[in-house]
Design a binder for this molecule. Structure first.
Ligand SMILES: [Zn+2]
Length: 106
């Protein structure tokens, strides 16, 4: 680890070589190792979505930071359940993204 190298707010250390790299980086430019992505937990989002189907609301949207869509889903009873099913399919397919556009982390 390069302890003496100042790390900026939008930077992190590479998990493999310890170089300072961008937080958004998927691959380290120094060693090419793929970084573990930061983001919301896939299993938790899936469970919240299943809960949302039972309760007819968009609880998984609140968890992943999409407050406005979550509120709309709450008011429309999860888009009458259809929206909840679409979210469920997206989560299972690995295409669901949180409010910051990040994929879920398994
Ligand atoms: Zn590296």
């Amino acid at each position: 680890m390069s302890e003496n190298h100042a790390k900026g707010a939008d930077e992190k250390f590479c998990e493999s070589c310890g170089s300072v790299i961008k937080k958004q980086a998927e691959l380290c430019p120094q060693c090419g190792v793929r970084q573990k992505l930061e983001g919301k937990n896939w299993t938790a989002t899936l469970l919240f979505c299943l809960l949302g189907i039972i309760m007819l609301n968009g609880v998984q949207r609140f968890y992943t930071g999409n407050w406005i869509i979550g509120l709309i889903q709450l008011l429309t009873l999860g888009g009458l359940g259809i929206w909840q099913l679409i979210d469920l399919i997206l989560i299972i397919a690995g295409a669901y993204r949180d409010a910051r556009g990040r994929l879920l982390v398994k």
